[in-house]
Design a protein around this ligand. Sequence first.
Ligand code: OOG
Ligand code: NI
Length: 466
Amino acid sequence: MTHSAHMHPDDIRSQFSAAMSVMYKKEVPLYGVLLDLVADVNEATLRRRPDLQADFERTGELSRISLERHGAIRVGSPEELHTLRRLFAIMGMAPVGYYDLSVAGMPVHSTAFRPITDASLTHNPFRVFTSLLRVDLITDEALRSEVAAILSRRNIFTPGALRLIERAEQEGGLTPGEADLFVSEALETFRWHGQASVNAETYERLSATHRLIADIVSFRGPHINHLTPRTLDIDTVQKEMPARGVSPKDVIEGPPPRACPILLRQTSFKALDEPISFPATDGTLEKGVHTARFGEIEQRGVALTRKGRALYDRLLADVREKGGSGSTASDYPTRLAEVFRDFPDDYDDIRQQGLGYFRYTPTDETITEDVTTMPPEALVERGYAIATPIIYEDFLPVSAAGIFQSNLGGQERRSYAANANREMFANALGADLIDEFDLYDAAQARSVEATKASLNERSSTVAKSF
Ligand code: OOG
Ligand code: NI
């Protein structure tokens, strides 16, 4: 139970997300440049599109746009993931979805910690894409136990953070004073460490096995590796990046540009080569370079139903099969646009064909009938309700793989057999993974119920007045 003297988890999340953004801007100034560019483009887009502005005002989305961002981290051990789950829970963030990145040659699997209720998402949708190293995919047995030993020696959480996590669990929340302290202690886990915790020789060996393994294992903590603001016009931001001194990856991941955006489109600027140092045996420091941290932007669209998602996955697979070289070939955007002509680009079609999720709200239309058993589409037809797209709050594994790949520096391509192990992930987490489709289904159903209740109430008042 949340005691009234406790700070609301939504407010702790907002505070944490703001603090993280300030920290990352200091650590990676290019992220600040990207934030300014996104803010400029968003403002211009809303000025150009009053319809969009009106939609956003009606759904309460407007206030969240400028706040909205996601981050990503990678941890090494089940214990680290387990404590992260407890840490994020204090900020109202739960693990949603399972992403198997082994298919893309990445020795990790992932989830997204994020708020799950409508009110919390509107308040601040801050999410963290969180990956766990698959030690089981390291084939060299000696290296596997070395990695386990290195990881077992580190503690990525401060004693203060651990104490406050326990306190929040015992007391059912944190007071504002405790929450302040919690935010600054929690932030320490995600800070960058310029000094590796392993020597140069170990780093090189880890890196030769997979650069991602070196990134996860060689440091004191799981530095935040990017933060991603949400843009309303990703094509313009992508185009304008170079003029502001930011060099974007070649293509935008996800669906092509559309009148009715679906799911998620993402692009990033390439990871920076950053100076680091390694402890040498004689007590001195040896210089090195590490490439991991970058900036990313995203544009979000309507969440797709299982049927819609199956169509998206099939079309995307078609595009990639036809081209042969994934999303890096130069004709990729053309092929993408061509193949996606098979995905309806009109919200009414998307809704009527059951491809996307929508939130229903009542109109002011006069109503004299009982709508209890009326299908939602009939409510729309009769003008009793309007349907607004429910925004996709999650991630896309193929896009994530593209982002991983373009930011490891070098030509990282290892193949692992598709090797999902959701159960292993959930065991490490110590909790079940929430199914994203269940959340969207429930949000849509709740909006239908609330719309009908409000319409019925109005129709009975109308009836009485006759
Ligand atoms: C995570 C990459 C995935 C996204 O937006 O799809 C991701 C990582 O590089 O750790 O953040
Ligand atoms: Ni990302």
